[in-house]
Write a protein that binds this ligand. Structure first.
Ligand code: ADP
Ligand code: MG
Length: 728
């Protein structure tokens, strides 16, 4: 039983901001104090052990058992000093969230006492009882063994008295059951492919890391109001509601001042994040009321992703202390702006160079153009996989909605870089490069930094926007595990760089000069990938038409998008890049379809229960009140009654029509739901949910919202959007 709207509203009015004290005013004094980072490692470990871990981080080497024992013992000592009593292998099952199984450090000694114990074997490998994690059929139940294995590239940390050890999660047979393992593999691949290409420009480059800077959007809602809406509680989003009279039209929320309660929450969650070494820096309001965003300084992609997952947990925990709930859903309120998680991505070298940052001379700019154009080419060839990488039930509400990029993947690079690529294309195409051509080219290439300085036009409607020194993948949903899109992006860029290298080397072997070979291959890629470049308004209807003309896909919903992973050429790509095996790809599709089906199933059931159990009774009460009034008017005024009761009678009819409609639409949703339930194949079922059931849910939700503005406010049982968004 949820709490009543009245009680919830009273609760909110009584709340005051809960300020907590900071341990010190200087962030640097507590930053990273709950992380077993390099600094702490040096204090607790021998030089030999430190070096071994650093080597594992940089060169993917393995760590010996005796070093693991040493690390485990140091970790235990350090963690206990930070108040930890338990430890857990922290991993990322395919559900999208993180999982953990806590064990205490305690081992009984046989004499009635106990000692704290934690050794290398417990650090390196664990066997969580994990038959209940989704595995897409990879792990048969009779062999329901999965292992979590320590990922030494992401430091262990203490959170809420538990030592958390980031791990990968694999089956007994070595198949990945998580999102981290494929990401690590893709990162290793792009490292090697990009390092190879860097040799054309600088022999000192021995390592390239992919960087990720995410921007997390979320909504806050008071816990009592949340508790009064079963849809928010059970599905993470309001399934219906009338739009607030004051929405985001005035845009006064964006960058406006942060309300006091929200601000107190943010301060505390930033404090906790900083202690955990998550470099959160910016906080601001977003477009919708009570919507916010936070972003960190970018980091190596695997670490950045762990930090994002951790941040989402920290946020939820801290929100509870402030009597808030965090809504991470992509579309918590129909009709209002949703939430995303932009993934800013680039490649950085061990020599300190950002490969997507234009330099200041033709040589460094040729390097920039090489990585820039190859990225565009990768996106063009593999746009559908990128689209599939951010597909989810929640994100379906956003993509194509008017605040998120459409489901069509395209890249925005700004008018000046567009012109530059066009010029390069025509000048290189002219065949053999004369010395004059080369001078002209060098001039063009040398102009990039100047060009970029005034390249401030930022296109917010693009899926993949170049923002001066990085690409920003803007279509990722707010609940997503960035590991999925990051695995795809790094895999396709690796594939593209590898084939580029082969083509350039062939030219060089045939006697062409290196720069000529590079330029000619780049020209080919510019021509090939032109269709993916779009500078216009990605939200417009014209773009949908234009994109179709260009042959770009528009995969509108999750089941359609997930099919991409089953294409033979896609599986081949993942196998060739050694990121995922065929079985693993199939398993992922199966798990994702299942996730999708479950989400929609729950939403449909909750919606039906609310429509019948909450909305209809309220509407009928309202109608009864009106009828009583009409009856009394009749009693008093007889024939003249309709002089005073005509409007009431109209309202009775209006409410009556909506009641009938809800009843009809509920029956229809019921029968579609039941019919689809009988389907055996997950993909058929998911498709039916997307194409048949989802529109019915939308229709029923819209009718409920219509009743909300018809029925007497005092009788309406659920908190309205205005209350959820503006009561603070
Ligand atoms: P906006 O909201 O205008 O897109 P923000 O400043 O909020 O800009 O976000 C920019 C994000 O890009 C930050 O998370 C930042 O860390 C990230 N970023 C900056 N440089 C890089 C880079 N080289 N690689 C990856 N991410 C980066
Ligand atoms: Mg951004």
């Amino acid at each position: 039983m949820s709490i009543s709207r009245q009680k919830a509203l009273e609760d909110v009015l009584e709340r005051t901001p809960r300020h907590r004290e900071r341990p010190s005013n200087k962030i640097s004094q507590y930053y990273g104090e709950n992380v077993f980072n390099l600094h702490t490692m040096r204090e607790y470990l021998t030089d030999e052990a430190c070096d071994s871990i650093l080597d594992a981080m940089d060169n993917h080497t393995s760590i010996s058992r005796s070093i693991a024992d040493q690390v485990a013992s140091a970790l235990k000592e350090w963690a206990i000093s930070r108040g930890a009593t338990h430890y857990t292998h922290w991993f990322q099952p395919l559900t999208g969230a993180t999982a953990e199984k806590h064990d205490s450090f305690i081992t009984p000694t046989g004499d009635g006492r106990a000692i704290e114990k934690f050794d290398g074997s417990l650090l390196v490998q664990q066997e969580p009882d994990a038959s209940s994690f989704p595995n897409g059929g990879i792990r048969n139940t009779f062999e329901a063994r999965g292992y979590t294995l320590w990922d030494p590239t992401s430091p262990a940390f203490v959170w809420e008295s538990t030592l958390c050890i980031p791990t990968i999660f694999i089956s007994y047979t070595g198949f990945a059951l998580d999102n981290k393992m494929p990401l690590l593999k893709a990162l290793a691949r792009v490292d090697s492919a990009a390092t190879d290409v860097c040799q054309y420009f600088d022999k000192n480059v021995t390592k390239v890391v992919a960087t990720l800077g995410w921007e997390q959007e979320y909504f806050l809602v008071d816990k009592s109001l949340h508790g009064a809406r079963p849809d928010l509680q059970l599905t993470g989003r309001a399934l219906f509601g009338a739009p607030p009279a004051k929405g985001q039209q005035l845009d006064d929320h964006y960058f406006g001042s942060i309300p006091a309660r929200a601000s107190a929450f943010m301060k505390e969650f930033e404090l906790e994040s900083h202690k955990l070494g998550i470099p959160v820096t910016t906080r601001h309001n977003e477009v919708a009321p009570n919507q916010f965003e936070c972003a960190p300084v970018f980091e190596e992609a695997n670490l950045a992703n762990d930090h994002n997952l951790l941040l989402m947990e920290v946020m939820e925990q801290v929100a509870r202390k402030h009597d808030f709930r965090v809504l991470l859903h992509e579309k918590p309120y129909p009709g209002l702006n949703g939430s995303g998680k932009h993934n800013n991505w680039s490649l950085g070298t061990n020599t300190g160079v950002n490969l997507l940052k234009p330099g200041n001379n033709p040589k460094t700019n040729l390097r920039f153009l090489t990585f820039f154009i190859n990225t565009l080419a990768a996106l063009h060839t593999h746009a559908d996989i990128v689209r599939a990488s951010f597909a989810s039930a929640g994100n379906d509400h956003r993509l194509g909605g008017n605040e998120a990029p459409p489901a069509i993947v395209s890249a925005f690079i700004g008018s000046q870089l567009s012109e530059l690529l066009d010029e390069l294309e025509t000048s290189i195409k002219a065949g053999k490069l004369t010395p004059e051509d080369k001078t002209a080219l060098k001039l063009e290439i040398g102009r990039i930094p100047e060009v970029l300085l005034d390249n401030t036009d930022r296109n917010r409607t693009s899926t993949f926007a170049f923002t001066g020194n990085k690409f920003e993948l803007r279509a990722v949903g707010s609940t997503a595990n960035c590991a999925v899109p990051m695995t795809v992006l790094n895999t396709i860029v690796s594939e593209q760089l590898e084939s580029f290298k082969v083509a350039v080397d062939q030219r060089i072997d045939k006697g062409e000069k290196k720069d000529d070979a590079l330029l000619k291959e780049l020209q080919k890629l510019i021509t090939q990938s032109k269709a993916i470049r779009f500078e216009g308004n990605g939200y417009s209807d014209e773009w949908v038409v234009e994109a179709a003309k260009r042959g770009l896909s528009n995969l509108k919903n999750t089941p359609e998008a997930l099919e991409v992973f089953n294409r033979p050429e896609v599986i081949e790509l993942f196998e060739k890049q050694q990121v995922l095996r065929k079985e693993e790809v199939h398993a992922r599709v199966e798990v994702e379809l299942e996730n999708y089906i479950l989400k929609l199933q729950i939403e449909a059931r909750v919606l039906l229960q609310m429509a019948r159990g909450t909305i209809l009774p309220a509407a009928i009460d309202y109608q009864s009140q009106l009828l009583l009034n009409v009856q009394s008017l009749n009693d008093v005024f007889g024939e003249d009654a309709m002089k005073y009761g005509g409007a009431q009678l109209d309202l009775v009819k209006q409410a009556g029509a909506l009641i009938q409609q809800i009843h009809r639409e509920s029956l229809e949703l019921d029968s579609i739901h039941d019919a689809l339930e009988k389907l055996e194949s997950a993909s058929e079922k998911a498709k039916g949910y997307a194409e048949k059931m989802f529109p019915c849910m939308e229709a029923l939700g819209a009718t409920c919202a219509q009743l909300e503005v018809t029925v007497d406010d005092a009788l309406w049982p659920l908190p309205k959007f205005t209350e959820l968004l503006f009561t603070r």
